[in-house]
Design a protein around this ligand. Structure first.
Ligand code: E4P
Length: 227
């Protein structure tokens, strides 16, 4: 399963990329409006961070299929590499997918709330679909189960479209979605860091340290190689 960071906070990505196995980045217009004071600079920074082969999924803001295609082309030229135009799940978006695919532009269809939307986007040629787990939970529609149904449908129909589950507010959602066999998840930096820690892990590591120090003092293991 690929893990992407759903943020436009460059300092968070920069720091996390030094240790976390991040496959790429996603943003949407709300994230950029909230987290970026200069979109051009943020996108340039994301391009720099993606240069080592990371995926970048950036949402178009146009309302018409023609406008989405035009923006997707410009963004694709700007990012190069493993770029995906995030296209909204609506009629104009569906038109835009085939236009983008004809130009060789990868597409991620976003704001997916039902398995049939996902299957339709897949048939239109989407490379990824992005179901919104927490937003589904907030309307008592069981986001994890929707992702599971989409994964099952895609497996049953042997489609190439991958599932990039999005909109997470807690680790249980991410864990449950991971168990469905989703291809990818996109999560905030804050939530991603929560994957790493457990107090018993810290306690175990402290115990190793004190057991070692009690017997061997300040020696490191490599100091003892030749003794
Ligand atoms: C990513 O593709 C989505 O835009 C994003 O995860 C939505 O998350 P939210 O529901 O927390 O806004």
């Amino acid at each position: 399963m690929k893990i992407l960071l759903d943020t436009a906070r460059i300092e968070v990505i920069d720091e996390m990329m030094t240790y976390f196995p991040i496959a790429g980045f996603t943003t949407n217009p709300s994230i950029l409006a909230k987290e970026s004071s200069h979109v051009g600079t943020t996108l340039t920074e994301l391009r720099r961070l993606a240069a080592g082969g990371k995926m970048v999924h950036i949402q178009v803001t146009a309302d018409t299929a023609g406008g989405m295609l035009e923006q997707a082309k410009q963004l694709n030229d700007f990012f190069g590499g493993d770029f995906y135009a995030k296209i909204p799940m609506n009629i104009q978006g569906l038109k835009a997918i085939s236009l983008c695919k004809a130009e060789g532009i990868n597409c991620t269809v976003t704001a997916i709330f039902t398995p049939m939307q996902a299957l339709t986007a897949s048939m239109a040629g989407a490379d990824f679909v992005a179901p919104y787990v927490d937003r589904l939970d907030n309307i008592t529609s069981d986001g994890v189960n929707v992702v599971k149904e989409i994964v099952n449908l895609f497996n049953r129909h042997e489609v190439k479209t991958q599932v990039l589950a999005a909109s997470f507010k807690n680790m249980q959602q991410v864990y449950d979605v991971a168990s469905t066999g989703t291809h990818a998840v996109t999560v905030s930096g804050e939530l991603c860091k929560k994957f790493l820690f457990h107090p018993y892990t810290d306690k175990s590591l402290e115990d190793f340290k004190s057991d070692w120090a009690e017997k061997f003092g300040n020696h490191e293991i490599t100091d003892l190689l030749s003794l």
